[in-house]
Design a protein around this ligand. Structure first.
Ligand code: F6P
Length: 359
């Protein structure tokens, strides 16, 4: 191997630059490879938009949010949207993308991505391309790894937000609803809720009722705690589904952009408790900014581990954190199912034991 390619796919995530830096430094220092960085995710591979990444290029980016490789757009070479006669059609341009890599002398590809991008990486691997994956998502919902990079930073942002909401909630005797990210899994809501001392946590894996949440808030008020903090994951599931937004969240991104479920829950809580309620949608604050020390270390280990997999010819694999070790797992196992919170697991038990209500 003389030259490897690297790209970042899907949404951005704190720690992306730290991974890119580690990939480039390891490739050059340990293995004497050249590194080509594709711009704008898989689109760069399709359009041959890239730049040679030297150590100079990745200097000073360890702590920076975002990605130096352009927007991490969601283009898929196997279903690539093109306009033909004014109509949008989806084409398989994967052969072209592979031919582009060969033309550029790229012998192996490192894909940094979440479930969508890693599934594309796996499709390329099935077609014979030497690919390795690095797991990225603030949602922490990738199976086959204990943790994805970006999660700790998002969680830190969310728990700091809860701390701030606490003081204002207490001053005004209000219920504060905080909507956090997590379409399919409640990891951010659960961890941040525990870290921030929330009273109610609502997640997709544990269907809730508004009555259950309100009962907890009223019980607190009756004991003199005249404020409460409710943390809700954007994909939280209501029992019997009477909140309209729930169905919308599952079907499109639009309700997420508009910050749907938090507002609806806030209104419903105000109606059933009679307590003044305010809603905060944390949104993309969770994806921005500088990665935490934990994420910088994990990202660095993942970047190094990804290039080590290439050097060991372990293609079709993804780096993963298992306990305290960085290991290789198959891309197949990484994308076969999402990792969800176990509603009967230890973490939920711990939260319930300290009085947190799941509605
Ligand atoms: O997967 C990461 C994530 O931030 C989710 O938590 C969220 O639902 C989604 O992406 C938001 O996507 P977009 O940035 O396209 O609005």
């Amino acid at each position: 191997i003389k030259r490897i390619g690297v790209l970042t796919g899907g949404g951005d995530c704190p720690g992306l630059n730290a991974v890119i830096r580690a990939v480039v430094k390891t490739a050059i220092r340990q293995y004497n490879y050249e590194v080509v960085g594709f711009i704008n995710g898989f689109a760069g591979m399709i359009k041959k938009e890239y730049r040679l990444l030297t150590e100079q290029e990745v200097s000073g980016i360890l702590h920076r949010g975002g990605t130096i490789l352009g927007t991490t757009n969601r283009d898929n070479p196997f279903r690539y949207a093109v306009k033909e006669n004014g109509e949008l059609v989806f084409k398989d341009v994967s052969e072209q993308a592979i031919a582009n890599l060969q033309e550029l002398g790229v012998d192996a590809l490192v894909v940094i991505g979440g479930d969508g991008s890693l599934a594309i990486a796996n499709e390329f691997y099935q077609k014979g391309l030497p690919v390795v994956g690095i797991p990225k998502t603030i949602d922490n919902d990738l199976s086959a790894t204990d943790t994805t990079f970006g999660f700790d930073t998002a969680l830190t942002t969310a728990s700091e937000a809860i701390d701030k909401l606490h003081t204002t909630a207490e001053s005004h005797h209000r219920v504060m609803v905080l909507e956090v990210m997590g379409r399919y899994a409640g990891w951010i809501a659960l961890h941040a809720g525990i870290a921030g001392g929330a009273d109610v946590i609502l997640i997709p894996e544990k269907p809730f009722t508004i009555e259950g949440a309100c009962a907890k808030i009223k019980e607190r008020a009756s004991k003199g705690k005249k404020f409460s903090i409710v943390v809700v994951a954007e994909g939280a599931t209501i029992k019997d589904g009477e909140l309209v937004v729930q169905r919308v969240v599952k079907e499109s991104h639009d309700s997420i952009r508009l910050g749907g479920i938090g507002n609806q829950i806030g209104e419903a809580i105000e109606a059933c408790t009679g307590m003044e309620t305010r809603v905060t949608v944390l949104g993309h604050l969770q994806r921005g900014g500088s990665p935490t020390a934990f994420d910088r270390i994990l990202s660095t280990r993942y970047g190094v581990g990804g290039v080590d997999l290439v050097a060991q010819d372990k293609f079709g694999q993804m780096v993963a954190l298992k306990g305290t070790d960085i290991v290789g797992v198959t891309l197949e196992s990484a994308v076969s199912q999402l990792k969800k919170v176990d509603p009967d697991g230890e973490l939920v038990h711990a939260a319930e034991s300290v009085g947190i209500c799941f509605g």
